[in-house]
Design a protein around this ligand. Sequence first.
Ligand SMILES: Nc1ncnc2c1ncn2[C@@H]1O[C@H](COP(=O)(O)OP(=O)(O)O)[C@@H](O)[C@H]1O
Ligand SMILES: O=C(O)[C@H](O)[C@@H](O)[C@H](O)[C@H](O)COP(=O)(O)O
Length: 187
Amino acid sequence: MAAPGALLVMGVSGSGKSTVGALLASELGWKFYDADDYHPEENRMKMERGIPLNDQDRIPWLCNLHDILLRDVTSGQCVVLACSALKKMYRDILIRGKDGAALKSEELGKEEKPGDVQLFVVHLSGSFEVISGRLLQRKGHFMPPELLQSQFETLEPPAAPENFIQVSVDKNLPEIIATIMETLKMK
Ligand SMILES: Nc1ncnc2c1ncn2[C@@H]1O[C@H](COP(=O)(O)OP(=O)(O)O)[C@@H](O)[C@H]1O
Ligand SMILES: O=C(O)[C@H](O)[C@@H](O)[C@H](O)[C@H](O)COP(=O)(O)O
């Protein structure tokens, strides 16, 4: 695959997506988007009430994010996106837009189309105990820690043929950034 124009930092709530994504974008000099800023009000209110989002809630949000990524990378702007992107289908939508939701697994991983975003995925992976500990300390955020269990239940960690690395949230932030930067140099 060609060098990625977009980097997705994904994982469950509290895994460090926003923190790592912003640091990485600054290190790379790339534009940064936090997918949380693009949730419609209904999604935010649902999460605030402790109700997990479903596919119907997430698909239009992900399609919008695909359009933003595609617009930027097409104009030569490299981007970092922090987004939960918990399911394989959600990541396919970020790459291909709404058609990504309809593709069967055997059709995925084939050659890229002109409207596809070249996405490299960084999965921030960690235990329920470590991540819930961080969420309980995080202040002033709309996402209630009680939703973490459903985030783990929904999570489909990336696997081949996805273009990804998994990084442990047990590492400190400089180690996480260094690991990702090293991997990107080899791309
Ligand atoms: N590697 C890390 N080590 C220690 N604390 C971290 C690490 N990554 C993130 N944090 C802290 O954990 C909390 C959740 O991080 P955040 O970036 O908000 O996660 P997310 O965007 O995935 O919900 C924040 O308080 C952040 O400062
Ligand atoms: O797909 C989802 O269910 C949401 O996107 C969720 O995963 C996300 O994590 C929230 O927006 C909360 O924001 P934080 O990830 O910053 O907790």
